[in-house]
Design a protein around this ligand. Sequence first.
Ligand SMILES: Nc1ncnc2c1ncn2[C@@H]1O[C@H](COP(=O)(O)OP(=O)(O)OP(=O)(O)O)[C@@H](O)[C@H]1O
Ligand SMILES: [Mg+2]
Length: 229
Amino acid sequence: MVNPNPFNPKMNLNQQNLVVCGTGTDVGKTIVSSFLVQGLNATYWKPIQSGLEDGSDTSKVCKLLNLAQERWISERYKFQAAVSPHWAAEKEGQWINPSFLNLPKIQGPLIIETAGGLMVPINREFLQIDQLKLWESPIVLVARSELGTLNHTLLSIEALKKRLIPILGIILNGPPHEDNPKTLEKFSNIPILAHLPHLQELTAKALKEEWEKQHLDITFKHFKKITKS
Ligand SMILES: Nc1ncnc2c1ncn2[C@@H]1O[C@H](COP(=O)(O)OP(=O)(O)OP(=O)(O)O)[C@@H](O)[C@H]1O
Ligand SMILES: [Mg+2]
């Protein structure tokens, strides 16, 4: 594991915001966001939720971590259909306005979970990656650990780099893989920050054990909220 460079000049590190993106839908953004929220003692925000018919990510994170009310922020947009945000909005006669997606200013770290992958449309003129550019906050890219990840992850990183969007690093999700971590680092020049294995029991305790085992307080030290006990 390689530590991120906290002095990357392109990153806006004035706020302790981390934007959790994925190489696609269902890659584990909600689980990795929970991992970060718990490990960093952070607040969680999912600005756009489509697919309420399958339950919301906010409620999953709150249930998994037993989060207090002040540790999560309500969605700006919520839609029933489990389809891309632009179309889910249209199905309900709505249109997502990016100027309503400004990052909330809070005390301490904020973990923002995006919808789907980078090139998902927010509306008919604006992609999620356009929003990432406006936010200027460091990206944590969640990628599957196994077969198929090289192409999806390297394409995602190329798209972020092309737009000069700062990337803190990658978190791999799934069973350990012998070759993918080193190949991803070699071709992307982006560090792998952590590796969340498949957890038989998805509990706050299991996430905490992984956090400690991988010494992630050190990797993410800039983003950790220090609380007095
Ligand atoms: N490391 C893991 N161990 C066990 N189960 C996992 C792990 N990562 C993800 N899952 C399971 O895989 C499914 C998809 O994960 P998750 O909901 O985090 O994906 P997502 O990227 O947030 O999806 P979406 O694009 O819908 O927001 C969930 O049922 C989740 O519980
Ligand atoms: Mg999710």
